[in-house]
Design a binder for this molecule. Structure first.
Ligand code: FAD
Ligand code: FES
Length: 256
């Protein structure tokens, strides 16, 4: 798939290192799908959709910082939408996310509410300044917020909000965020793993299922094409939360 040219129509600051970009194209993505964004002269990196025509970018390194710095009228190349996306199931759902990982969940929650589902959210951030999309989640239904430093909501990691919820009440649970946050949740809620869809992050190069960069041990699931949404029971039996491969293919620690 060749990249298509796209013009950035609008940029909004969400947090000190997070911005949302409106694209001049609606690629008709499903929530959880991603797009490879080619920042010319720098790199091509994966980004989830935070809406039908938006991506929400956290500046963490060279390519994301270059994208983060683009303004209205700048152009990027796009390949997508790619990957499988979340599947909406049941009548009552729970969204659980951390940091910029809440972006695809806001998009998903809006589709779920339009379809008549009851939506609740548990969201975690490092501090209140890092909080994004509060209005979007609160418009969907009950929203619990945690912050690592206690500056807003429950003091602690996302998992510290679990005590406020009865997970048996939800038909389906949707998860996205830093790997160790997701691992913490999945390993504490194993009896719900068969109804938990997690949107995960691996090092993507081709995003076409060819290079093997994103494969998950032990069964070789290609996260770029068979994911990035993976059922949590499959993750419990995998490398997830234990190690991950970097740009050279070598194993390294999980982050977040
Ligand atoms: C399916 C998917 C959806 C994503 N959605 C979003 C999103 O909505 N918003 C957002 O801010 N970020 C998202 N990311 C993460 C984003 O792609 C990385 O932060 C970005 O690629 C980092 O590149 P860099 O050059 O800025 O940083 P680097 O300095 O290269 O690395 C910083 C960190 O990002 C990781 N990383 C670097 N390149 C890639 C790559 N090609 N694929 C995966 N991880 C990489 C590195 O392992 C390192 O931990 C997503 C990643 C995936 C796989
Ligand atoms: S990134 Fe190449 S196979 Fe997934």
């Amino acid at each position: 798939m060749k990249p298509i040219n796209c013009i950035i129509e609008e940029v909004r600051s969400e947090a000190p290192l997070i911005r949302t970009f409106w694209l001049d194209r609606n690629l008709d993505p499903a929530p959880g799908q991603y797009v490879m964004v080619w920042i010319r002269g720098v790199d091509e990196i994966p980004m989830s959709f935070s809406g039908p025509d938006t991506i929400t970018v956290q500046s963490v390194g060279e390519a994301s910082a270059a994208l983060f710095s683009l303004g209205r009228g700048s152009t990027v190349g796009l390949r997508g939408p790619l990957g499988n996306g979340f599947v909406l199931r049941g009548k009552r759902i729970l969204l659980m996310g951390g940091g910029v990982g809440t972006a695809p969940l806001a998009f998903l929650g809006e589709q779920a509410k339009s379809a008549g589902m009851k939506v609740a959210s548990l969201l975690g951030f490092r501090c209140k300044e890092d909080l994004i999309f509060r209005d979007r989640f609160e418009a969907l239904g009950d929203t619990i917020i945690t912050t690592d430093d206690g500056s807003l909501g429950i003091h602690g990691r996302v998992a510290s909000g679990l005590k406020e919820l009865n997970l048996f009440e939800y038909d389906q649970i949707y998860l996205c965020g830093p790997e160790m946050m997701m691992w913490d949740i999945i390993s504490r809620t194993q009896e719900h793993a068969k109804k938990t869809q997690a949107c995960i992050n691996r090092y993507f190069k081709c995003a076409a299922g060819i290079c093997g960069s994103c494969c998950l041990d032990p069964d070789g699931l290609r996260v770029c094409v068979e994911g990035p949404v993976v059922m949590a029971d499959r993750l419990l039996e995998s490398e997830f939360g234990r190690y991950r491969r970097g740009p050279t293919g070598g194993k390294g620690p999980c982050k977040g």
